[in-house]
Design a protein around this ligand. Structure first.
Ligand code: AHR
Length: 511
């Protein structure tokens, strides 16, 4: 049996839960938009072509903010192609994913869909092939009330009211040689500075995200953020981070510990950002936007569903990277969410990539059903329950050795306290492959009442960590009640099965 002691102290908090941490991402890639959220003619589609079965699952998942329209796609995209009468919109080659873009879905459709989903929009501008002018014009088209050519064009295209988009990404992954319009840090830093300035001249209330490193092992990591922010610190509010993880060569112990890498990545970017703040004698803080993260199995380029498989020709919304997630992946996703929440004093936005079909918690079939993947569950529960204050957790857990990260805590946790509804929520993972974990939680400064929720990710068929939810097999992986949670005074005790993710919520008042 593994042992873990967790101490939570009522006044030992990290600040308010940034609700934008539970963001997602819709890119014009593969089947995320087409046959994902949008499929005119599907039996469940409404009159605008939005799939109601998918929308229902999106609402259940509960993302707060959705980034759009890319990703690599945005670096070659003309936003003007996606507005105006649909039959007049141009069909274009999308070089990022070697596909054909019909432009049947564009900005107005995304705004309408976001309203139905109840999600905030995070709009990315093209700083790959385009620049300052297209970026400021898109802000004017979206946010200016009227009386100018672009704002009146928006009205003519059906939206009398401005879209009022607050959150804007200044391009995507421009540090990556794979990006259309890849730039050096100096080139990008100056462009972000000037584009940001011009966008804010149009709407001073917007928030801007500068492109950071595409992952922490980029050769330019650190130097990129330093140079970009040295140019653009005054203009931007956030710098981005992207990271994707997978189980390599059966090294499940390192895979289960990937939140350690996310911790390292976040803490390194915070240090770099703050070094630029000090050197530039800036008073404001630039925060972090982890606007792409997930598990992603990057297979060989000759695999059918891989991007850039040019031998397949120019296809329209082909199946691309539709990973089927298993129980282990869901546990890793739970720990990545824990890492984000534990850094909620500086990470203010995070977007799981992507929302539907493309490395996504929700899957859908063309003219067929939609369903939840295993990774749906930690996201859905944390998006629902992580509210109020982030509690700093002091964890004393047994450890295990991993090849990539050395000694790692077997039990991983994050916790929140919502004084308004009188609840403490704990999100815990047992990374142990074989042993259950006995967890003893001290809640100092609280009077602990009833256990209002206790659920554990169900591992079907005994211990099959590779179980997935599929079209044929249905939703095998889901949540079950976690039994045996006991409260004694201000102590909470429970046993986690081997290899699991769980949520426990208790009623509390101030002691
Ligand atoms: O989410 C898939 C792709 O991964 C995005 O388009 C890109 O930004 C990243 O490399």
């Amino acid at each position: 049996m593994t042992n873990a002691r967790i101490t939570l102290v009522r006044d030992f908090t990290l600040g308010e839960v940034p609700r934008r941490l539970f963001g997602s991402f819709v890119e014009h890639m593969g089947r995320c938009v087409y046959t994902g959220i949008f499929e005119p003619g599907h039996p469940e589609a409404d009159e605008k072509g939005f799939r109601q079965d998918v929308l229902k699952l999106v609402k259940e998942l509960g993302p707060t903010v959705v980034r759009y329209p890319g990703g690599n796609f945005v670096s070659g995209y003309n936003w003007e192609d996606g507005v105006g009468p649909v039959d007049k919109r141009p069909r274009r080659l999308d070089g990022a994913w070697h596909t054909v873009e019909s432009n049947a879905f564009g900005l107005h459709e995304f705004v309408d869909w976001s309203r139905l989903a109840g999600t905030e929009i995070m709009e990315a501008v093209n700083l790959g092939t385009r620049g300052v002018d297209a970026a400021r014009e898109l802000v004017e088209y979206s946010n200016h009330p009227g009386g100018t050519y672009l704002s009146d064009l928006r009205k003519q295209n059906g939206s009398a009211e401005p879209f009022d988009i607050k959150l804007w990404c200044l391009g995507n992954e421009l540090d990556g040689p794979w990006q259309i319009g890849h730039k050096t840090a100096h080139e990008y830093g100056r462009l972000a500075q000037e584009a940001g300035k011009a966008m804010r001249f149009v709407d001073p209330d917007i928030e801007l995200v500068a492109v950071g490193s595409s992952h922490s092992s980029m050769p330019t990591f650190g130097e990129w953020e330093h140079t970009v922010l040295t140019h653009a610190y005054d203009e931007v509010d956030y710098v981005s981070l992207h990271a994707y993880y997978q189980e390599d060569d059966g090294d499940v112990k390192s895979f289960l510990a990937t939140a350690v890498d996310m911790d390292y990545f976040i803490e390194s970017v915070v240090s770099t950002v703050d070094a630029v703040r000090a050197a530039g004698k800036h008073s404001k803080h630039v925060n972090l936007s982890f606007d792409e993260w997930n598990v992603w199995y990057q297979r060989g380029l000759d695999t059918d569903d891989q991007p850039h498989n040019v031998s397949k020709g120019w296809r329209e919304h082909p199946r691309l990277i539709e990973d089927a997630y298993n129980v282990t992946d869901a546990i890793v996703v739970g720990t990545l969410l824990n890492s984000l929440l534990r850094h909620g004093d500086r990470v203010k936005i995070a977007n799981q990539a992507q929302l539907v079909n493309v490395i996504a918690p929700i899957r859908s079939e063309e003219n067929g059903p939609a369903w939840r993947q295993s990774i749906f569950w930690p996201f859905a529960r944390m998006a629902e329950l992580a509210r109020g204050q982030i509690l700093r957790a002091s964890v004393d857990s047994d450890k295990y050795e991993s090849a990539k990260f050395g000694d790692v805590d077997v039990v991983d946790v994050s916790a929140t306290w919502d004084e308004d509804n009188g609840r403490v929520a704990l999100f815990v993972a047992n990374r142990g492959l074989d042993e259950p974990a006995d967890v003893d939680v001290s809640l100092s400064g609280f009077v602990v009442g009833r256990v209002s929720r206790a659920e554990v990710l169900r591992v079907p068929n005994g211990k099959d960590r590779f179980a997935t939810n599929t079209l044929e097999g249905g939703e095998q992986v889901g949540l079950s009640p976690l039994t045996g949670v006991t409260v004694t005074g201000s102590r909470l005790r429970f046993t986690l099965p081997a290899l699991c993710w769980a949520v426990i919520e208790v009623e509390v008042t101030r002691a």
